[in-house]
Design a protein around this ligand. Structure first.
Ligand code: IMP
Length: 496
């Protein structure tokens, strides 16, 4: 037995000191691009993402809808592996069918749906357009589109979608082979604000003139060489010989071993299999780890990137159940040191994903400053419209469901190594406050990360890693953060 001469520390126990902000440090100059897979140190990674945020490999988080939205804003989702191989491959394929600048139609209704219902369904949907299909299912035969501008919220509530929709006969549509610039050309030439993209009579996506005009045509989208959105997929160390080929065939850009403890020969075996079968054509990340030894083991076994974090996840009870884990800051700092030493010795840079327990945007800034390349988030994305879980109201407040992969509800035996009947849980099943659209949230988070980097005098993540100065926070400082201020609430403030 050995006891490390350190205290296990979490991210909230640190703060960043401002660095010199120069004229170069403007929001337009800040580049948040991050490498995702191993590469020669000092060179560019084969896969880089413009927004250093990836989604957790979880049922309650990473659906195709979320994956499309996240890739559009420059991040990357990992479709979860806690499902049949053919279903996971179909999810990957569904994302790969999307090209940058094309949106998914989130609301589908039948022609007989009342406009009052349509209006309710469109509330909070950023693009405000519903697709009308024969059956009302998203994959039903396309009949037309209806947006909030097509009817009066009071006058037309009891009329039907079919009576006020813009029918397919009067609309210009495009096949799924259309390029983004041709789609925009069509919108302008035909005075349309929405272009439905149709395959076999069904809508696969929408192109909005507003996106183009507002310069929101996802200029940082994560795309492959054919402009298809990028997507990752989780794998496990049990059925990998079947799962990896199916995911590769479906077009997954990067794979990641999904395990609560990645320091194992089983992970090395999976990495060896992928290496033997695909050489450098397939990237497989590994983890999770919390120290330099485990990082080196996985890096030497060929991991494309390594995930850091055990026990910090919002829904995680691993530390209580098994006594395993490490504060996220201590884990990250140790692994960063090992990654930099490995890069110096071998010339190979293996990116790190900081995974779990990031409770707010400042934690992301701290993790990036400490040396993480990307941040993996579960709770953050679970709260949003695009996550697959149910949205529900409890006591007047909106929530979304969020459950851990180690909870009884997820039954993720491959991740947690339990066989047969589940004897104990490592995660909880609960709710998180609903937080709106992914597009708005990621834009805000990007703005905050940019502002932090400007304060610290860095315009890219490599400089931020090198130049960031951090300091530990005392318990007394924590107390000061919780100053006694009654937050003003306009509803109760008569001066408002
Ligand atoms: P969050 O961002 O704090 O919600 O943490 C998400 C991360 O928690 C995931 O990426 C996993 O690494 C981890 N995780 C997911 N499910 C469980 C669980 O049931 N128990 C422990 N950790 C989990």
């Amino acid at each position: 037995m050995k006891i490390l001469p350190e205290t296990s520390r979490t991210l909230s126990e640190y703060l960043l000191l401002p660095g010199l902000t120069t004229e170069d440090c403007t929001p337009d100059n800040v580049d948040l691009r991050a490498p995702l897979v191993r590469h020669r140190a000092g060179e560019e990674s084969w896969i880089r993402i413009a927004t250093p945020m990836v989604s957790a490999i979880m049922q309650a988080v990473s659906s195709p809808t979320l994956a499309v939205a996240l890739a559009q804003v420059g991040g990357l989702a990992f479709i979860h592996q806690n499902q049949r191989i053919d279903n996971q491959a179909a999810d990957v394929l569904a994302v790969k069918r999307h090209k940058a600048g094309f949106r998914t139609s989130k609301v589908a209704v039948a022609p007989q749906t009342q406009l009052g219902v349509v209006a309710r369904q469109l509330t909070g949907i950023e693009h405000g357009v519903a697709v009308v299909t024969e059956t009302g299912a998203a994959d039903g035969t396309f009949l037309g589109i209806i947006g909030l501008d097509d009817f009066h919220l009071e006058r037309h509530v009891s009329e039907t979608a079919g009576s006020r929709m813009r029918g397919r006969d009067g609309l210009v549509t495009a096949p799924s082979s259309v390029s983004l610039s041709d789609a925009n050309e069509l919108l302008w030439n035909h005075h349309q604000d929405v272009l439905p993209v149709i395959e076999d009579g069904r809508v696969v996506s929408l192109v909005l003139k507003r996106d183009y005009q507002a310069h929101k045509a996802f200029h940082h989208a994560s795309v492959d060489s054919k402009k298809r959105l990028r997507v990752g997929a989780g794998i496990n160390s049990r059925d990998f010989k079947d799962r990896i080929p199916a995911l590769v065939e479906a077009g997954a850009d990067v794979l990641c071993l999904d395990s609560s403890d990645g320091y194992s020969v089983y992970q090395a075996k999976v990495l060896e299999f992928a290496q033997e079968k695909y050489g450098d054509d397939v990237f497989v990340g590994a983890g999770n780890v919390v120290d330099g030894r485990a990082f080196r083991y996985l890096a030497e076994a060929g991991a494309a990137f390594v995930k850091v974090g055990i026990g910090g996840g919002a829904i995680c009870t691993t530390r209580e159940q098994k006594g395993i884990g490490r504060g996220q800051a201590s884990a990250l700092l140790d692994v960063v040191q090992a990654r930099d030493a490995y890069a110096q010795e071998t010339g190979v840079y293996v990116p790190l994903a900081c995974d779990g327990g990031l409770l707010n945007d400042s934690h992301m800034a701290l993790a990036l400053a400490m040396g993480a390349d990307v941040i993996m988030l579960g709770r953050y994305f679970a709260r949003l419209d695009e996550s697959p879980s149910r949205k529900l109201q409890i006591g007047g407040q909106w929530y979304k469901e969020y459950w851990g992969e180690g909870s009884r509800r997820a039954q993720n035996a491959a991740r947690y190594g339990q066989r047969g009947q589940m004897l104990f849980e490592e995660g909880v099943d609960g709710y998180v406050p609903y937080a709106g659209s992914l597009y708005d949230n990621v834009e805000r988070t990007r703005a905050k990360l940019t502002a932090t980097m400007i304060s610290c005098g860095s315009t890219n993540l490599r400089d931020f890693h090198r130049d960031a100065v951090l300091v530990e926070v005392s318990a007394e400082s924590f107390k000061q953060t919780g100053a006694e201020i009654q937050v003003r609430r306009p509803a109760f403030d008569t001066a408002e």
